[in-house]
Design a protein around this ligand. Structure first.
Ligand SMILES: *[C@@H]1O[C@H](CO)[C@@H](O)[C@H](O)[C@H]1NC(C)=O
Ligand SMILES: *[C@@H]1O[C@H](CO)[C@@H](O)[C@H](O)[C@H]1NC(C)=O
Length: 353
C-alpha cells in the first residue's frame, strides 16, 4: 500500500478490513450550493453522511442569520464520518468593489486599489478586510484575488474593475500582498482564473458562452502566468482554473479540463503543489462537455482537486459526487491520483484547524 493511501485510509478510519466509503472520500472534493436564505434539510443530511466538502455562498444566501446557518453546517460536519479535525471549506467571492457577496469591505475594486496612492498598502489592507468580513459570517475561504492582467480598458475583466492592472508585475505584487494578508488573517485565498482571462473581450463570459483565448504560448507565459509565480511564493491555498479554451496548449478542452494546462503547465512548469479548484461546473461555456457529473469527472481526470457545484442546486453537487464514485468503481478515475488529491485538500484545510 502506498504511503499516501495508507495515510488517508487511516485518517478516514477505513481499516483495511472494513469496506471503504468512496462517497465520503470523493465528497471532500465537491463544493455544494443551495438557493435562497434557508438551506434545504437535505443538505444537512448530506453533510452528516460525509458527502460534502464545502459550501459556496452567494448574495441570495446572505442574511443576518447566515452566520448561524454556517455554524450548523460546521457542527453537522464535525459529527460526520468525513471529519478529520479540519473544517468544511466555506467560501464566497469577496473580491472588492462590485464583486462582493457580503455587504461589508473591501469597498475598493482591484482596479481602484491599483490606481490608488499607495497600492501595496491598500492591497494588503483590502486582503485583511476581506478576511475580517468572511470571518464575521463563519466563512474560511475567499475566491479572490483575481490575477488576470487586463489587455483593453472595458474588456471582460476590466469592465467591473476586477483586474489590478494591465501590467503583470503590478498584478503580481498587489495580488500577492492581498493573498499574504488575507491568509495571515486565517482566511484561505484563491488566485484566479488560471492561466488568465485578461485578454477576454467584453461580453466573453465563460459563465454564459464558450470563450477561446487564442494567444501565443509566449504571451500567456510572459504576461498572464507571471502573477502566479508570486502567488505560489506567497503560499496561496488554491488556484482556480479558467473555463476558456487556450489553443496554445489545448484546442479542444477548456483549461480546467485540460491535462496540458493543469498537470503539465500549472503543476509541472510552475511547480504548484497546492489545491486547484474549478470555476462553476454549471458554466454556460461547458455545454459541449456533458451534464454536471460528466463535467466534474473531466476536470477531476485533468488533475483538478476541487469541483465547484455552484448552481444553487443541491442535486448538482450530488450528481458530481455520484459521477466520481461511479468512475472510481469503473477505473475511469485513478484511486492513487484521488488519494494524492485528498492529501492536498486535507493539507490546505489543516491551515484552518
Ligand atoms: C496600460 O494602460 C496605460 C493607460 O491606459 C497605458 O499607457 C500603458 O501603455 C498600458 N500598458 C500596457 C503594458 O499595456
Ligand atoms: C440541478 O442539478 C441537476 C443535476 O445536475 C440537474 O439535472 C438539474 O437540472 C439542476 N436543476 C436546476 C434548477 O438547475
Amino acid at each position: 500500500m502506498k504511503r499516501t493511501t495508507f495515510y488517508f485510509a487511516s485518517l478516514l478510519g477505513l481499516a483495511t478490513a472494513r469496506s471503504p466509503r468512496p462517497a465520503v472520500q470523493v465528497g471532500q472534493h465537491v463544493i455544494f450550493s443551495y438557493p435562497g436564505a434557508t438551506p434545504p434539510e437535505h443538505l444537512f443530511h448530506l453533510i452528516s453522511e460525509g458527502k460534502v466538502g464545502g459550501i459556496i455562498l452567494f448574495g441570495e444566501n446572505v442574511d443576518d442569520n447566515l452566520p448561524n446557518v454556517i455554524e450548523r453546517f460546521l457542527t453537522t460536519y464535525e459529527e460526520s464520518p468525513a471529519y478529520l479535525g479540519t473544517p468544511l471549506l466555506i467560501m464566497t467571492d469577496q473580491e472588492g468593489g462590485t464583486v462582493r457577496r457580503l455587504p461589508g469591505a473591501p469597498e475598493q475594486s482591484a482596479k481602484e486599489v491599483g490606481a490608488s496612492e499607495d497600492p501595496v498598502a491598500l492591497a494588503a489592507e483590502t486582503g485583511e478586510q476581506a478576511a475580517a468580513e468572511l470571518i464575521k459570517y463563519n466563512m474560511n475561504t475567499n475566491l479572490a484575488p483575481v490575477l488576470d492582467v487586463y489587455r483593453e480598458a472595458g474588456n471582460f475583466i476590466d469592465e467591473f474593475g476586477r483586474s489590478y492592472s494591465n501590467d503583470s508585475a503590478v498584478v503580481a505584487e498587489l495580488s500577492s500582498q492581498f493573498i499574504a494578508h488575507q491568509e495571515g488573517a486565517n482566511v484561505l485565498a484563491t488566485a484566479k482564473h488560471f492561466p488568465g482571462l485578461g485578454a477576454a473581450s467584453a461580453g466573453a463570459n465563460t459563465d454564459e458562452t464558450p470563450v477561446t483565448i487564442d494567444l501565443p504560448l509566449e504571451a500567456i507565459r510572459s504576461i498572464d502566468e507571471l502573477p502566479y509565480y508570486d502567488a505560489i511564493a506567497a503560499d496561496v491555498a488554491m488556484i482556480m482554473t479558467s473555463w476558456a479554451i487556450y489553443p496554445a496548449l489545448d484546442a479542444e478542452r477548456p483549461a480546467g479540463m485540460s491535462e496540458a494546462w493543469v498537470k503539465d503547465e500549472l503543476r509541472g512548469r510552475l511547480g504548484y503543489k497546492g489545491v486547484i479548484i474549478t470555476d462553476a461546473i454549471e458554466a454556460g461555456s461547458l455545454k459541449a462537455f456533458g451534464n454536471d457529473g460528466e463535467r466534474g469527472l473531466l476536470a477531476k481526470q485533468a488533475g483538478v482537486d476541487i469541483l465547484l457545484a455552484s448552481g444553487r442546486n443541491v442535486t448538482q453537487g450530488e450528481a458530481v459526487v455520484d459521477a466520481l464514485v461511479a468512475a472510481l468503481a469503473s477505473g475511469g478515475l485513478s484511486q492513487e491520483e484521488l488519494d494524492a488529491s485528498s492529501e492536498r485538500v486535507q493539507r490546505v484545510r489543516e491551515r484552518l484547524a
